[in-house]
Design a protein around this ligand. Structure first.
Ligand code: DGY
Length: 321
């Protein structure tokens, strides 16, 4: 019998990633791509050595506590790891890895789409045409905000935040940022640092959220902070829904305090707050920030590099627990 490690693969992966898995491991694939209930995941994990999961698998402390003792590693096919109870994994001696960097371009590109789509009323225009309700044109028809030359505030200047800053500079935007630590000048690349979010917000005609979801960032964009934004600001979120207080954001979009929002991530996906669907001034996408062929391959390879390291007895590059 082969001594290749057994890996439970929670979701369907791209063909090139599946081929590498089949070459180097004994993968237990989920070709139907169903979201596996915890009990089924546990059943598949019996006798396995590792898990390759996505952000859709919520690895709670209770679930981690019930994993078979043979599991050594949880490799997440994502940069975000808010779906894994890292403390519980650590306590059980499990290694957890993620896939940073390789998704920066795709997510920053999506952030630009959110800004442009929200500012230029893209969903509204599309809905009008699809409903066959476009009947005339005038100088006041579908007028939105211009992105070019505006001030952008970025919360979280990690990999995605920094690429977003560069892309925004291509639109002649003045980039401001808040991060736990100030970047060195080369990485800052002309962006203006603010020690606190509160100090940055009044500058942000556009606000892009790029911080991870942690207990510290939960509900970070709340009513008090929205009030500090300039009137008519536009907010985009390609990070995690948890960093936004939905009630506060929806109220600000209704009152006109915010002109628009572009959202790719939500609390409680896919059962999002239904109020978003009723608002004309939100540009909504279903968590597709990393959904390009190139990036999904690169994420899979990065996750496999991490698994390879673990099973070769080396420290994986992207260890988060
Ligand atoms: C990530 O990598 O965290 C993306 O949100 C996809 O899960």
């Amino acid at each position: 019998m082969s001594d290749k490690p057994v890996i439970v693969v929670s979701r369907k992966v791209p063909p090139a990633v599946a081929a590498r898995l089949s070459r180097d491991y004994r993968p237990r694939f989920n070709d139907e791509d169903r979201l596996l209930p915890s009990e089924e995941l546990l059943a598949r994990a019996k006798g396995a050595d590792g898990l390759l999961i996505c952000h859709t698998e919520r690895m709670t402390a209770a679930l981690i506590g019930r994993l078979p003792g043979t599991i050594r590693v949880i490799a997440s096919y994502s940069v975000g790891v808010d779906h894994v109870d890292l403390a519980a994994a650590k306590a059980r001696g499990l290694i957890v890895t993620n896939t940073p960097e390789v998704l920066n371009d795709a997510t920053a590109e999506l952030t630009m789409l959110l800004m442009l789509g929200a500012a230029r009323r893209a969903s509204e225009g599309e809905r009008l045409i699809r409903a066959d309700e476009w009947s005339s044109w005038s100088l006041s028809f579908m007028v939105g905000a211009e992105v070019t030359g505006k001030r952008l505030g970025i919360v979280g200047m990690g990999g995605v935040g920094r690429v977003t800053a560069r892309r925004a500079m291509g639109f002649d935007m003045e980039v401001h940022y808040h991060n736990r630590n100030r970047l060195d000048a080369a990485l800052e690349a002309g962006a203006i640092y603010h020690e606190s979010i509160e100090e940055m917000l009044p500058h942000a005609q556009f606000l892009a959220l790029h911080c991870p979801a942690t207990p510290e960032t939960e509900g970070l964009l709340n009513a008090e902070r929205i009030a500090l934004l300039p009137d008519g600001a536009i907010v985009v979120n390609a990070a995690r829904g948890a960093v936004v207080d939905d009630e506060a954001l929806i109220a600000a979009l209704k009152s006109g305090k915010l002109a628009a929002a572009g959202l790719d991530v939500f609390n409680n996906e896919p059962d999002i707050d239904p109020a978003y669907r009723e608002l004309e001034n939100v540009f909504l996408l279903p968590h597709v920030g990393t959904a390009t062929r190139e990036t999904r391959d690169a994420m899979g390879f990065r996750a496999l590099d991490n698994l390879d390291a673990v099973f070769a007895g080396r420290e994986p590059r992207d260890r988060v627990a």
